[in-house]
Design a protein around this ligand. Structure first.
Ligand SMILES: Nc1ncnc2c1ncn2[C@@H]1O[C@H](COP(=O)(O)OP(=O)(O)OP(=O)(O)O)[C@@H](O)[C@H]1O
Ligand SMILES: [Mg+2]
Length: 364
């Protein structure tokens, strides 16, 4: 592993876990060309302890049944589509599932409005094409084509950002599991194990509708926001801890009790009512996902660590982070936050420090 890189693929970062899992579950049936058995993939995602005592870290905090659906979909005829609001671990889980199933999460197409059919199928090395004519060596294979040849999973990120007519090139690939190359008068047949995991963000601006023909080729799994406060706090603390390990900065053990309150505000602003359901207000449209909370806490800890400060200043950085997340959305959202601070936060006896933190940031 090259220490100089900011980030490695999941199969490299978790190579030891994956090797242990594939060894421990070697007597279990597994689909052809899968690196780990389906049970091992489940344990890789949800975490657990192997018979030899080796600990597998959890990658996803949430419903185990949902992950079982994802894994069994990949064994079926249909492809997998993870949809949901931003920051609900769609990309994260897609990458880790590919790492465990194919030991390769790098076969990836990043969907944008500029993605053309050639990115999903193939293109040509034009210099070679012009000098030698169409021949297999001049073919530039897309990640999907390579996944078909290898019997691996291919990821498509942000499928709904690809124009609808281009998306439809996937219909025949997913139903026939072949890709024709008319110029060579040949076809690529996919090996067993090939499938597609796509992610899509159904709420964002600039997304394209999927045709019903394409929808039918996918099993669509809706990624939920965390069910409980405890679960959401656990996700934030766990991921912040992991992110810190990547830094060379030695983080002091700043008291993170305040994360509970930050996440409480996220949940209340998202749902438009207090956790005890007693007070209702207009809900926020800003993206207040676990991923956003992770970024705020991580940033606040770096700031406190490098430029000094205690738990009190950490609190102010949290407040600043929340104001920025909401403020960048719109002025209306900012008004909504100010009302929430005055009507809810101010009246909570044990939230005085938060009220003061918000006030000092807003008056700066
Ligand atoms: N339930 C969860 N369990 C574990 N990690 C989570 C969970 N929800 C969110 N995260 C964390 O949130 C971060 C961002 O997730 P990710 O980028 O996969 O979101 P996304 O759904 O793909 O968002 P977008 O729609 O913006 O692409 C990751 O670090 C991931 O670990
Ligand atoms: Mg994503």
């Amino acid at each position: 592993m090259n220490e100089n890189f900011q980030r490695h693929n999941a199969e490299i970062l978790c190579a030891e876990e994956l090797a242990e899992l594939s060894q421990s579950f070697k007597d279990y049936d597994k689909p052809e060309n899968w690196y780990c058995s389906p049970q091992a993939v489940l344990m890789f995602i949800m975490g657990g302890t192997l018979a030899n005592g080796f600990k597998i870290s959890p990658k996803y905090f949430g419903d185990k049944a949902l992950v079982e659906i994802m894994i069994s979909t990949l064994m079926s005829d249909r492809a997998l589509l993870l949809i949901g609001v931003p920051g609900t671990a769609k990309t994260w889980i897609a990458e880790h599932i590919c790492a465990a199933v194919s030991n390769n999460s790098s076969l990836l197409i990043q969907g944008t409005s500029g993605t053309g059919e050639e990115s999903l199928r193939y293109s040509w090395n034009y210099a070679m094409l012009l000098s030698q004519g169409p021949k297999p060596e001049a073919l530039v294979k897309s990640p999907i084509m390579r996944a078909m040849e290898l019997g691996s999973i291919c990821r498509i990120e942000e499928l709904s950002r690809i124009p609808s007519e281009t998306q439809d090139a996937l219909i025949s690939i997913l139903s026939e599991k072949t890709m024709s190359i008319p110029e060579l008068n040949s076809s690529i047949f996919s090996k067993k194990g090939f499938n597609v995991v796509a992610t899509a963000n159904h709420l964002d601006r600039g997304v394209f509708e999927m045709s019903s023909a394409l929808r039918r080729r996918f099993n669509i799994v809706m990624m939920p926001l965390p069910k409980t406060l405890e679960e959401e706090v656990k996700i934030v603390k766990y991921r912040v801890g992991q992110l810190e390990q990547n830094h060379k900065v030695a983080f002091r053990d700043l008291k993170l009790g305040q994360v509970d309150k930050l996440v409480t505000m996220f949940r209340e602003l998202r749902s438009g009512m207090t956790l005890d359901k007693k007070q209702k207000f207009k809900s926020s449209n800003a993206t207040l996902s676990p991923a956003e909370a992770i970024s705020i806490v991580h940033q606040a800890k770096i700031q406190s660590e490098i430029f000094g400060g205690d738990s009190h200043s950490l609190n102010q950085h949290f407040a600043q982070g929340l104001i920025q997340s909401i403020g960048q959305h719109s002025q209306d959202e900012m008004l909504l936050l100010k009302e929430y601070i005055e009507n809810i936060i101010k009246k909570r006896g044990d939230w005085k420090d938060w009220y003061e933190a918000f006030k000092s940031v807003l008056n700066e």
